[in-house]
Design a protein around this ligand. Sequence first.
Ligand code: IMP
Ligand code: MG
Length: 174
Amino acid sequence: MAEEVSVLVAEEDVQERIRALGEQISKDYEGKTVHIIGVLKGACYFMCALARYISVPVTFDFMSVSSYGDDTKSSGIVRIVKDLDEPLTGKDVLIVEDIIDSGRTLSHLMELMKGRKPASLKLATLLDKPDRRVTEVNVDYTGFEIEDVFVVGFGLDYQQRYRNLPFIGIMNLS
Ligand code: IMP
Ligand code: MG
C-alpha cells in the first residue's frame, strides 16, 4: 500500500499555536508550579514544545498506556504500561496528550489521576477530533480541532513511524 502525507498544519502554525497555549497556561498557573504529565509516546513533541513557552516553574513526569486497539482505533480498555515516577498529591497537574479521538483513553486516565489527589487537574491536547467522541472528556487547552482524518507528525504515528515530522500531516493510504 502506498503511503502519502499531505500537510494539514504547517510547522510555523503549529509552533505559533503552541506558543499561545504556553502563554495562556503561564497566566492561568501564575504563582504555581505546573506538573506536566506526558502520555507516551505521542505527546512528547507537544509536551517539550509547550514547556518552552511556559514561564512558571515546570516539573515533568511520563506515563505510558496501551489501549488494546488496532492501529487506528482504541478499544477503551486501558492498561498502564509505565506508571508515573512521582505521586500527584497536592500538585497542580496538567496532562498532555497528542490527540483526543474517541476520548476513551483520556477519560479513563483522568479518572485514574483524579484518584491520586492532585491539587488541580487539567488537560491539554494538541489535536482534538470532536466528531469522533464516544466518551465525554473535559479538555482545558486545545491546539487544533480537526475533522475525522488520520493524522501523523509532531509526535503522532502511523505504525510507529512519522512521529518526527515537524508539521501535522494527513495520512493518505492508497
Ligand atoms: P482515543 O482513546 O480514541 O481518544 O484514542 C486516542 C489515541 O489514539 C491517541 O493517543 C493516538 O495514539 C491514537 N490516535 C487517534 N487518532 C489518531 C490519528 O489521527 N493519528 C494518530 N494516532 C491517532
Ligand atoms: Mg498512538
